[in-house]
Ligand binder design. Structure first.
Ligand code: WT7
Length: 648
């Protein structure tokens, strides 16, 4: 069966079926940047040397390092003594072919034309904007807050920071003013880069009002605004992004950075209520982004990659921008909603721009499984070579649908496991090597080692679920700290297992390949977005009527998980009005992505003698399973009551 393919003559077959699973076809092996199955053994012999060779051959260094890898657990440094500028690696070194397209921007309104930015144009803009930042007093090591939608200026702003050695801190544009404010304060940013708005589902969506509110009484001196929806902005505190850029000097000398200098921070949810600023370095992150783009997505100059993730997430950082730029390929970004003006939009974009690599989240796949297939089948998707998924486990049915409908049963599906903390992908099958097995992520990238262990750190036998941990030498792209919180860095990631990194994910081995089962802590994935139950609980607790609250994830057929809240009021009964009030407050505190699917008002929450809320029991009740461990509760009668309320 070959659905999703109009132009069959053009469509090459990149997979073959053997033994019930899929393998790279001779054609795939021929075009693959890496097709040697022995690469794993070769890399394992001397992983440090392996990464050193990759980094030396793949990147442009100002000065070679003295030492490839130094570890003082839980701190480690890659390419110590090496000097590099990240923007030079993304742009300057491609200028021999400066007319190649770096970025294709597809605006949402269909009457606006897509814009192509060549490497030469990107170079000009980045240099100029780097000079704008400098004239605003931004110096090496300063944090710059970026609150932008999917517009080319996001790439320009980030690369301009990298050029002058400033640290960017991008905040997802759908996050609330409160969430942005906390991140501005965290970084003590003097500059906030935002836009007047963006288009979503046919309407201009304002952004500046949220940005202004967030910046009040913070360190922000200047707000640089991209004019996207034509709002007039005035006042001494504001600067028009593109006007300022036009007036700036054409060249900005790149700041020579140490490999270990921070490139960016990105906040992410952990088990506590407060998101932590994950710090990424320069050289290590660069090679992780470069090499994974080379080998997972087979990116070469001329290839068009579309990673649908927003730049507000790590996936957007690494695969919508940096990976494609580092490899000199072309990145496509799209501003708007996936179903605007209809459910054919994404597939039309792939057809119109000959997208070769398509990378999205299982939640998007599940969403499109529900639409009329005509929205997909009318487009020619034969340009696609490799499909990828990321963000949460993908079930077999969705994998097969993606493989058949989008890949026309001819492209490998790469299920990439990684995290904000790891900077780039760590576990997946390489397209030139295979096998491609639904629901299985695969193997650690060459030169890396993951193990599946019990709570004591002892390896688990094949087929038994355990905790996924990473062994030394740690991946070059791994985080290098938690912004201004070294204790949290040590405690969260490096204290649970001896000499290993704790991923907080569960996994097991199938035929030597890793299958991920999901988070083992109180972190949810809602439509691929990472959220801590504690963050939501804090937000709901802000309401004075709320006495106690517990939030747990519930399985959802499109979003994967949705948060469900159980609230005990100090007095009185719950109402729909109060439920809406609490949901609105979550929107305000975090953003609509975090909004609970349902809030149940209950009399009591199941607790242990020590007062710990048993979220596990609430989870079981939601999926109508028999809750276990009721003996440990001080208030087992609460369970019956909650069950009745849920069933109602
Ligand atoms: C968590 C990290 C970095 C990519 C975007 C998410 C889950 C990620 C997979 C996958 C199963 C996955 C894990 C991980 N996850 N990829 N292929 N299969 N689960 O980054 O927001 O930092 O979330 O996403 O639970 O810990 P993130």
């Amino acid at each position: 069966m070959s659905m999703g393919i109009k132009n069959k003559s053009k469509a090459k077959k990149y997979v073959v079926k053997k033994g019930g699973v899929f393998w790279p076809s001779p054609e795939m092996k021929k075009i693959a940047n890496m097709a040697d199955p022995k690469i794993y053994e070769k890399a394992a012999k001397n992983p440090i040397k392996f990464w050193e060779d990759l980094a030396w051959n793949g990147l442009t260094w100002e000065k070679k390092w003295d030492k490839g890898y130094v570890e003082h657990f839980p701190y480690f440094e890659w390419f110590k003594g090496g000097q590099i500028n990240f923007s030079v690696n993304c742009i300057d070194r491609h200028l021999d072919h400066g007319d190649r397209t770096a970025l294709i921007w597809v605006p949402e309104p269909t009457n606006e034309k897509p814009i192509k930015v060549t490497y030469r144009e990107l170079y000009d803009k980045v240099n100029k904007f780097a000079n704008v930042l400098k004239s605003e007093g931004v110096k090496k090591g300063d944090v710059v807050s970026i609150y932008l939608p999917m517009v080319p200026e996001a790439a320009v702003a980030m690369l301009a920071c990298a050029r002058i050695g400033a640290i960017h801190s991008v905040v997802f544009s759908a996050f609330s003013a409160d969430a942005l404010r906390a991140r501005i304060i965290g970084g003590e940013a003097k500059i906030l880069i935002t836009s007047d708005g963006y288009f979503r589902r046919g309407k201009p969506e304002p952004l500046l009002a949220k940005a202004k509110k967030a910046a009040k009484r913070t360190t922000v001196k200047r707000i640089i605004v991209v004019n996207r929806i034509g709002k007039r902005v005035w006042g001494r505190r504001y600067l028009d992004f593109n006007k300022a850029l036009e007036k700036a000097e054409a060249y900005c000398e790149p700041e020579i950075m140490k490999s270990e200098d921070p490139l960016f921070i990105l906040y992410t949810s952990g088990t506590t209520g407060k998101p932590k600023g994950v710090v990424h370095d320069t050289g290590g992150y660069a090679i992780q982004a470069y090499q994974t783009s080379k080998w997972n997505f087979n990116l070469n100059p001329g290839d068009v990659m579309w990673c649908t993730a927003d730049v507000g997430w790590i996936t957007g950082h690494t695969y919508a921008f940096y990976g494609p730029f580092l490899t000199g390929a072309t990145s496509l970004i799209y501003e708007g909603g996936p179903d605007y003006p209809n459910s054919g939009r994404w597939w039309k974009i792939i057809q119109d721009h000959d997208v070769n690599v398509f990378y999205t989240a299982p939640t998007a796949v599940r969403m499109f499984m529900k639409v009329d297939p005509k929205w997909i089948n009318q487009y020619d998707l034969s340009s696609i070579k490799i499909l990828g998924t990321v963000g949460e486990p993908i079930d077999k049915e969705s994998w097969m649908w993606y493989f058949r409908m989008i890949g026309g049963s001819r492209c490998p599906v790469i299920d990439t496991w990684w995290q904000t903390e790891t900077g780039g992908t760590l576990i997946n099958v390489l397209p030139g090597i295979g096998p491609f097995v639904p629901t299985v992520s695969g193997r650690s990238f060459p030169g890396l080692t993951h193990v599946i262990v019990d709570d004591k750190g002892k390896p688990m036998p094949t087929g038994r679920q355990g905790f996924l941990a990473q062994k030394s030498p740690f991946a070059p792209g791994m985080l290098h700290g938690v912004w201004k919180n070294p204790e949290k860095y040590v405690k969260t990631y490096w204290s649970n297992f001896k000499n290993m990194y704790d991923t907080s994910d569960g996994a097991y081995l199938v035929n030597g390949l890793i299958r991920i089962t999901g988070r083992t802590d109180d972190v949810m994935k809602v439509a691929g977005h990472r959220l801590a139950t504690a963050e939501l609980e804090n937000a709901i607790h802000d309401n004075k009527k709320v006495g106690d609250v517990a939030v747990v994830p519930m399985p959802h057929d499109v979003k994967g998980q949705v948060p469900i809240a159980f609230v005990v009021l100090k007095k009185g009964d719950g109402s729909e009005k109060l439920e809406n009030e609490l949901k609105k407050h979550v929107d305000k505190k975090i953003g609509p992505t975090a909004r609970p699917g349902k809030i149940f008002f209950v009399k009591d929450l199941p607790k242990t003698r020590s007062g710990k809320i048993m979220r596990r029991i609430l989870k079981a009740l939601l999926v109508k399973e028999k809750p276990e461990g009721l003996m440990t509760l001080v208030n087992p009668e609460s369970v019956e009551e909650i069950k009745t309320i849920i069933e109602r």
